[in-house]
Design a binder for this molecule. Structure first.
Ligand SMILES: Nc1ncnc2c1ncn2[C@@H]1O[C@H](COP(=O)(O)OP(=O)(O)OP(=O)(O)O)[C@@H](O)[C@H]1O
Length: 459
């Protein structure tokens, strides 16, 4: 007997599913809303969840990942009255089993239930539900979606691209791909492309033989050789110079490379995980990144959302870091004031999880032996930003007069104009210090130079 959960607000559906489940000898639990469904799902080991899309308290598709991440890793079948194709695509992309369109007949329900249970019986014993990596905190739907992408990448052994702003966890997720893959007992080698030395880059990647250049008094392995049988993590891949992109593509295609100064080719079997916070698509349009390499890198793409787009994760992350730090410092647990949480929730976190981690650790240190952590313990610039936000009038990003008086501009034109104005203001405010400007804008210096060139600005 299998356990099935139906989450649908139509009583008629409960009757139909009840009849079919009883006829097939399965147990059916029912719920009329997402909240009721989630409470039942958490307390029962369900094999299958039938999930309606339009429910009184939300959209079933948006909750799909949450249900999939349950310990029993149930199969999810989404039911809807709208046979909308993008919805269907989302369900399947997110690992849903099937997409059923109402009106449903007894035959249709029976067929679907039989198929999914047969599949489950044949496969579930063999496929262990993947437990989530213990060091990745957060359970927002967006983060759960990334975790399931990580599992997909781990099972496929193809090049994987991780995209996200600074501090969103690209390296953490790259390690998770490796640790969950069949290469987990083999080396995990990291190369930061932003820190490559222009003269030694070939040697850093491919190694060199003795006498290859002045100072090469002995042979050395590069990261491609070190990662043999394991995973090579190339951070900031957008910073890799064009000529090296061609060499990298060749290794990815043939598994062969030539160390600097060597006559002989070597072989390396490694899985590449690359990360970037840059728009490689745009770079490839500007001729700064090879499109064939970009295509090759995208076996699986994981896009890590910035923290401001998944505010639900702020509190669990902060609690995790506070608990850790309290343990390290040997003090007992501390109380946390409501205004502390409110400040964390209202700050946009441009440095993402890394910034949050440092901020709460600093707050804890500032609180010293006091029993409660208050918002005043947080770094000053965070509190100032939150206070300013409260005072700033809400401005529309598209100037109203322009939007109302004239035809709407093309999005690309609007973006270009806003980008140009942004860079102009940035240069003005930072006195054209490229280091400061890049830091303020949260982009690399190279990218800033490109923007200046693109808009024909003067430094
Ligand atoms: N979901 C998460 N759960 C727990 N810790 C996280 C999470 N995301 C990021 N972190 C932590 O935040 C810090 C920054 O993460 P990481 O270095 O992986 O980010 P990144 O995207 O590679 O940054 P950068 O682009 O600046 O190199 C690390 O200490 C990491 O452990």
């Amino acid at each position: 007997m299998s356990r099935i959960l139906l989450i649908d607000d139509e009583p008629m559906m409960h009757v139909l599913f009840g009849d079919v489940a009883a006829g097939l000898g399965h147990q059916l639990d029912t719920a009329e809303s997402l909240s009721e469904g989630w409470a039942k799902a958490r307390s029962g080991e369900h094999d299958v969840v039938f999930l309606d899309v339009l429910l009184p308290d939300g959209n079933g598709i948006e909750e799909l990942q949450r249900y999939k991440s349950l310990p029993s890793s149930p199969e999810i079948i989404v039911i809807t009255s709208y046979g909308e194709s993008t919805g269907a695509a989302t369900v399947l992309e997110q690992g849903g089993w099937e997409y059923l369109t109402k009106p449903l007949t007894v035959d249709k329900i029976e067929q679907s239930m039989r198929d999914v249970i047969t599949y489950r019986l044949n496969n579930h014993g063999a496929v262990k539900p993947s437990s989530r990596p213990s060091d990745i905190i957060g359970s927002s739907p967006k983060l759960l979606e990334c975790l399931s992408k990580i599992d997909e990448a781990a099972s496929l052994d193809v090049a994987t691209m991780i995209h996200g702003e600074t501090g969103t966890g690209k390296e953490l997720f790259a390690k998770a791909v490796h640790e969950r893959s069949s290469r987990s007992s083999r080396p995990f080698v990291t190369l930061d492309c932003a820190a490559l030395s222009p003269t030694l880059i070939g040697s850093q990647l491919f190694g060199h033989v003795r006498g290859a250049f002045t100072g090469a008094d002995r042979s050395r392995e590069g990261v491609i050789a070190q990662a043999h049988t394991g995973t090579l993590f190339m951070d900031e891949i957008g910073e890799l110079p064009l000529e090296m992109q061609a060499s990298l593509l060749r290794v990815l295609e043939t598994g062969r490379y030539r160390p600097v100064g060597s006559q002989r080719e070597r072989e390396s079997d490694f899985r590449l995980v690359a990360a970037t916070n840059r728009d490689l698509e745009e770079m490839s349009r500007l001729g700064l990144f090879r499109s064939d390499l970009l295509y090759r890198l995208r076996g699986v793409t994981v896009s890590l959302p910035p923290l401001r787009e998944r505010p639900e994760d702020i509190e669990p992350l902060a609690r995790h870091y506070i608990d850790h730090a309290c343990e390290e410092m040997g003090g007992g647990p501390k109380d946390i004031s409501d205004e502390f949480w409110s400040t964390l929730a209202n700050y946009p976190w441009p440095g993402n999880v890394r910034e949050l981690k440092h901020a709460v650790r600093r707050a804890l240190a500032a609180a010293q032996d006091g029993p409660v952590i208050y918002s005043r313990h947080l770094p000053t610039q965070i509190r100032i930003k939150v206070a300013q936000q409260g005072l700033e009038p809400a401005v529309s990003p598209v100037p109203r007069a322009e939007a109302e008086g004239h035809p709407m501009p093309k999005l690309k034109d609007y973006r270009d104009k806003a980008e140009r104005e942004y860079v102009e203001l940035l240069l003005e405010r930072t006195d054209s210090s490229m280091k400061q400007a890049a830091k303020t804008a949260g982009v690399s210096r190279g990218y800033l130079y490109e923007l200046i060139k693109k808009h024909g600005l003067k430094r």
